[in-house]
Design a protein around this ligand. Structure first.
Ligand code: ZN
Length: 332
């Protein structure tokens, strides 16, 4: 399995003055592990992939694109909204510009570079059957803006780019992050060419939001994936069984076999993940490996190309989840 990584695209939030108490060098730690194990990693993918505004326009709406590509102020506002850096009273929230070593607007370039990584991984999966990206998986970004630490939705951007350029018709997105893949669901629920599965904590996400808006319309972050599996707190024992059933259900949704599956392999369901908002789902390290091998083998047996992005996972220990999976698929 070819693995892609670019240290420059690492989203070290503390670098931008965003104050988060958790270790944010997960990707670097996985890279170090792979080097020590002698597993090769491709680092120069960005030159070979062209990412244009029109690729984003297949996913995000015009107003959001004008903010991203408009003035410095409009871009900053889009980023601040995504990371919720300003509270209701207009004060900075978990953000201290004085501690920043890099301007916040640079983060857009970092997201673009990450998205190129997802695209390179998709391209490689289509060529050779499987590929893994140490990055990506911004599944909360919606058509109209970024949300939940995700500025743009690299998953849907890469899927639609492959559909446009790489002879790809049906795409599956299999999202096993602890949080619901709400942005991906919002972006694709009217699109018969992208079928989605999300297995996640039943409660606790989205944070602080009513299901219906003031006009009685469903808030978009509650739109369901094609196969939506919420695991209630304390019912982790059912997780693997429900994931297996979900994969079968995903298969039964269309007659034809997909040309590609993108796996959003969040490690935040791991019991040692340290983010409070993912604490309602706690799988052991062994269960995490079973989860990942269940998806891997399901796709492999059906000869469906698989492209991995790593998505959420917080604190010191989550990198181990990717290491054990990559070790296993490399037969080490
Ligand atoms: Zn997550």
């Amino acid at each position: 399995m070819k693995i892609f990584y670019n240290a420059l695209s690492n989203l070290h939030l503390t670098k931008y003055g965003i104050e988060i108490p958790l270790s944010d060098d997960r990707d670097g730690k996985i890279f170090e592990f792979l080097e020590n194990e002698g597993i090769p990693v491709i680092q120069n993918f960005s030159e070979s992939i062209e990412l244009k505004k029109e690729d984003l326009a297949r996913v995000h709406n015009e107003e959001f694109l004008s903010a991203l590509y408009g003035s410095k102020e409009s871009l900053l506002k889009a980023i601040m909204d995504t990371f919720e850096l300003v509270d209701e009273k207009g004060n900075y929230h978990r953000y201290n510009p004085q501690k920043a070593q890099a301007p916040l607007e640079e983060m857009f370039q970092s997201f673009l570079l990450k998205t190129k990584g997802t695209m390179a991984t998709v391209q490689e999966a289509l060529n050779s059957g499987e590929a893994f990206f140490l990055g990506g998986g911004y599944h909360h970004a919606m058509s109209f803006g970024g949300r939940g630490f995700c500025l743009i939705n690299d998953i849907v951007i890469a899927a639609r780019w492959a559909q446009k350029n790489l002879n790809t018709k049906l795409v599956w997105v299999i999202d096993v992050d602890a949080h619901k893949g709400d942005g991906t669901a919002e972006l694709t629920h009217n699109d018969p060419t992208i079928k989605t599965l999300s297995i996640h904590m039943k409660d606790g996400w989205p944070l602080d939001s009513e299901k219906l808006d003031k006009e009685g319309k469903l808030n978009p972050w509650f739109i369901e994936s094609d196969v939506e599996i919420g695991i209630p707190q304390g019912e982790e024992g059912e997780y693997l069984k429900k994931l297996g059933e979900g994969l079968s259900k995903l298969s039964s949704l269309s007659q034809e076999k997909p040309d590609l599956a993108i796996i959003v392999q969040g490690s935040d369901p791991y019991e040692k993940d340290q983010l409070p908002s993912s604490s309602l789902l706690k799988l052991t390290k062994e269960e995490m490996l079973e989860r990942d091998m269940l998806v891997y083998n399901f796709l492999k047996e059906r000869d469906i190309p698989q492209a991995y992005v790593i998505s959420g996972g917080y604190g010191e220990f989550v990198y181990e989840i990717y290491c054990q999976f990559l070790k296993k698929v490399h037969n080490l």
